[in-house]
Design a protein. Sequence first.
Length: 126
Amino acid sequence: MGGFRQITPFMHVPDIEAAIAFFEDVLGFKLYLRMDDYAYLHRETVGMRLMQNQGEDGAPPGNRRFAYYVDVEDVDALYAELKPKLDLLPAGDVHGPADKHYGQRELLLLAPNGNLIAFGSEIRRG
């Protein structure tokens, strides 16, 4: 066995300062490492690596597709925790929590770079 621990995706961003602020101030992540155009943030068992685009060499800007999905124990508890800060985001940048037909309850957030970050938990049937 390989001993997998977690997955930490890279998010290419046009403004790393804005992205770090979003993850820290809105989502409650902690900045563990910052080096020039790179940052590593972590919360509980989830890590995120941010990379500052340099001109046109980065990934294309977000297109509101699902790229980052974080499974959580209780999406409603997470929403309650984040709600005061989510209320400060632009209208339309927060969706949910809402039950989905595929058995997940999800909270969708639009990050400053245009990428969707989804938080979801299984809908437990009685």
